[in-house]
Write a protein that binds this ligand. Structure first.
Ligand code: NAP
Length: 302
């Protein structure tokens, strides 16, 4: 028995198209409908046969849905929800995949005051965007965090949890504000640091651009992968999760200043102690199956 049988995905980029592909693999009898605001994306989705049906309007895509998942940028969630309000069946569950939860939960509740809403965030992705970047195994072994509010029924949360488990994800439930603080340090701040370091390197005059690229294997290239992430998505994340990001950034700046002092005063033991602790965190991530244990992050050197 499937948790849902008529699934609609709104926003057919990396995450939306990955969900569509995963539904096809793990719930092949579910009927899949898709919609994207961009006509070019709809045409590609049609051509690659992403869904059973691609509609020309958001309203038409939800008419008989029992699950609607909004996979649009964080800043577009409220508008996307408002577009389906008039056509959403009363018993449908609405979910999303946005990277910030408190603000999105409020925007969805505003746009759809009578709907059953179960906000979600699959913590899985790549630096690619668009319908052709998706793949069915994206969520395998990754966490999907559900952030129900006091108004969300336990039965609805259970069905959405079952949906993500079927796609191969592990499911955790968390308060929206807690989610936003956890993701500020584990995802949002690392992206901000990567954007900064790559921006700084490209502005340096005494090191030429070609040297930055030539010697990037020294560490820089691992930041460039993160800094190649979608500009719209990340602009929206920083503007939306503003408070939590600024709080973590403050902590980070203090720790960076402490490191600066340790280097200036030649405190090698302080540096060594920190680098030993951080190495253990990397080991923990590999042990929990959240990254590749192969040397050099599993890069092929053929
Ligand atoms: P994406 O590849 O850029 O896809 C988003 C799609 O939504 C685009 O085709 C966009 O069209 C379309 N869209 C924008 N506004 C819309 C609207 N009002 N109605 C319908 N379609 C609309 O982005 P993504 O990486 O899949 O990210 C989607 C969501 O997943 C974001 O909320 C993001 O925070 C979250 N997320 C992303 C990752 C990741 O690593 N990428 C991981 C977890 C969660 P246009 O391009 O024409 O605007």
């Amino acid at each position: 028995m499937l948790p849902f049988s008529r699934i609609t995905i709104i926003g057919l980029g990396l995450i939306g198209s990955s969900i569509a592909r995963a539904v096809r693999v793990h719930m092949p009898t579910a009927r899949l409908t898709g919609y994207d605001a961009d006509p070019d994306v709809r045409a590609i989705a049609d051509r690659i046969d992403l869904c059973d049906d691609i509609t020309d309007t958001a309203g038409a895509s939800v008419i008989d849905a029992d699950l609607v998942i909004l996979c649009v940028p964080v800043g577009a969630m409220g508008a996307a929800a408002a577009e389906i309000a008039a056509d959403l069946p009363a018993d449908a569950i609405v979910s999303d995949v946005g990277s910030c939860k408190e603000a999105i939960a409020a925007a969805l509740a505003d746009a759809l005051p009578n709907a059953t809403i179960v906000p979600a965030h699959p913590v899985a992705g790549t630096e690619q965007s668009g319908p052709e970047a998706g793949f069915a195994t994206l969520f395998h072994g990754r966490w999907c965090i559900l952030t129900p509010t006091a108004q969300t029924s336990a039965a609805a949360v259970e069905r959405v949890a079952e949906f993500w488990l079927k796609l191969g994800a592990d499911v955790e439930t968390m308060a929206p504000d807690h989610h936003d603080r956890v993701l500020a340090i584990t995802s949002h701040l690392p992206h901000l640091i990567a954007y900064t370091i790559v921006g700084t390197a490209s502005d340096l005059e005494e090191v030429t651009q070609s040297e930055v690229i030539k010697y990037s294997a020294g560490g820089f290239r691992d930041f460039t992968r993160i800094a190649a992430s979608d500009p719209t998505m990340w602009r929206d994340v920083f503007l939306t999760n503003r408070e939590a990001v600024l709080e973590m950034l403050q902590r980070f700046s203090e720790d960076l200043t402490a490191l600066q002092r340790a280097i200036r005063w030649g405190k090698g033991d302080e540096l060594f102690e920190l680098f030993t602790r951080t190495r253990a965190i990397r080991r923990g991530i590999v042990e929990q199956g959240q990254d590749d244990a192969a040397p050099d992050f599993g890069r092929s050197h053929q």
